[in-house]
Design a protein. Structure first.
Length: 102
């Protein structure tokens, strides 16, 4: 559930905390093989919840930064997204775009 370095492993950190909480309700403890983290103790549960909170915080920062970057690109009137692979050449059907291969 937790990665080898003890981090929550990204956006799934909150889900992992929910899984651990669900296991606890059923009387099941979680103890990773490679870390000294034991969810049967209050300290172990605290660490899992801290990892989940950090994962959620990092995800929200990433989303916020993405939205700010898109807004800045729109303000500069830049094209957002994948460049077109085909373009209309002189009104005679489609040809390979000039940007392909450059």
């Amino acid at each position: 559930m937790l990665s080898a370095n003890g981090c929550s492993g990204g956006p799934q950190g909150r889900n992992r905390a929910l899984v651990v909480a669900g296991l606890r309700k059923r009387g099941i403890g979680f103890q990773p093989l490679h870390e000294s983290l034991d969810t049967t103790t209050p300290g172990g549960r605290l660490v899992v919840h801290v990892f989940a909170a950090l994962a959620e915080f990092i995800r929200e920062l990433t989303v916020q930064g993405t939205h700010e970057g898109l807004a800045a690109a729109r303000a500069r009137a830049e094209r957002i997204g994948r460049p077109p692979a085909m373009t209309d050449v002189g009104g005679v059907g489609y040809g390979v775009a000039d940007t392909v291969g450059t």
